[in-house]
Design a protein around this ligand. Structure first.
Ligand SMILES: *Cc1c(COP(=O)(O)O)cnc(C)c1O
Length: 360
């Protein structure tokens, strides 16, 4: 299927093929498949040398600009196996388009969408035996672009690598779908309007690690981020978007420049609207969340993202006070969204929005 793609194919030799890990206890991001996609860019040639090749190490100059100035962007998506061995991707073109938005913001070259899409499908098909079949386990796909020109000085690099690597990952919920405890920080900020919080660039995650570590030390799974200016408006939870069910409205913060436009977020909005729910994108303050929690109108809260799909929030801590949501249990809407999205993604349910791309 990779003829006429202008994409080279260099298959791993028998000796290069790796032993596949056991499907129980896969964890996240620990094992990588046999092949990768790699493509290079420079000012003279543009994108060139696109190929699918054995997974391998890079030799980079210590002066490669990514190491110093962090010009790096990435994506996260998944491949799923249906019950007849069909292989699916969930909204893959949206990931490629979003990566181009990130590239523009970081002054990196625009990806050739069709070529990347074809390369992605061919790579997933070639390594399809790596897609786990145990319930909830999937193949996580990580497209990445980095600046590799060996030069110091803050300016756009003149050379880039774009690559796609893939890893089989276990179920996000090995002990069953259940709520998390989150820590609301008013000490750290993730993103600010005018910054890069609305694109998937590596620096955002480097900047978030300390807050996450302190939350873990305090016994919480994730950080709930507030806006950087007033520490008042709710923005995101960990590396997920956030939703609140208050009275009969499903509320999520609007995409105002500091929030990552999640594809799962958009899918939840479309699905909930199709079910007749009222979905409102509007600013929501942490005080409103607390008030609705205290007066009983907040029935559910959950995060959305590719890794966990839906992540219900059972408890949050803000300024040394803890608040329990829905008795610390998974809410009915969270459960319904999780079940429905998972069923669509694994090809078990009809796909009314044409979200799925069949690879093989
Ligand atoms: C990737 C990401 C999300 C979720 O996006 P999806 O497309 O749903 O996976 C949300 N917030 C941040 C900060 C992210 O990096």
């Amino acid at each position: 299927m990779w003829e006429n793609l202008e994409i080279g194919l260099e298959k791993a030799s028998q000796e290069q093929l790796k032993e596949k890990p056991s499907q129980d206890g896969l964890g996240f991001g620990a094992h990588f498949t046999d092949h990768m996609f790699l493509m290079k860019w420079d000012r003279e040639r543009g994108w060139h040398d696109a190929k699918i090749c054995p997974y391998h190490k890079f030799m980079l100059d210590p002066a490669a600009m990514v190491f110093h100035y962090g010009q790096a962007i990435f994506e996260g998506m998944k491949a799923y196996k249906g019950n007849k061995e069909q292989v699916y991707l969930f909204r893959p073109q949206d990931n490629i388009e979003r990566m181009n938005v990130s590239a523009l913001r970081l002054c990196m070259p625009r990806l050739p969408v069709e070529k990347v899409f074809k390369g992605l499908k061919a790579l997933v098909y070639l390594d399809r035996d790596w897609i786990p079949t145990v319930p909830g386990a999937t193949l996580y796909i990580r497209p990445t672009m980095i600046a590799v020109e060996p030069a110091l000085g803050v300016r756009p690099s003149g050379q880039y690598y774009f690559f796609i690597i893939m890893c089989p990952v276990g179920s996000y919920y090995p002990e069953g779908f259940g709520p998390t405890k989150i820590y609301v920080t008013d000490k750290y900020a993730r993103a600010v309007k005018g910054g890069v919080g609305d694109v998937k660039t590596s620096g955002n995650y480097a900047a978030s690690i300390m807050a996450a570590q302190e939350a873990h030390q305090a016994g919480y799974t994730q950080v709930l981020w507030l806006d950087a200016c007033e520490h008042k408006y709710v923005e995101e939870v960990g590396t997920s978007n956030i939703f609140f069910m208050i009275n009969d409205e499903l509320v999520t913060p609007p995409l105002g420049g500091s929030i990552l436009p999640g594809i799962t977020r958009d899918s939840v909005i479309q699905l909930a609207r199709k079910w007749g729910l009222k979905v409102v994108e509007k600013p929501i303050t942490i005080d409103e969340v607390i008030e609705s929690s205290s007066n009983g109108t907040l029935s559910e809260a959950f995060g959305t993202g590719t890794a966990a799909v839906i992540s219900p929030v059972g408890e949050f801590c803000y300024q040394n006070q803890t608040y329990v949501i829905n008795g610390g249990q998974t809410g009915t809407l969270s459960q319904r969204l999780f079940d429905e999205l998972q069923a669509i993604q694994s090809g078990q349910l009809e796909d009314p929005f044409k979200w799925m791309t069949r690879v093989g």
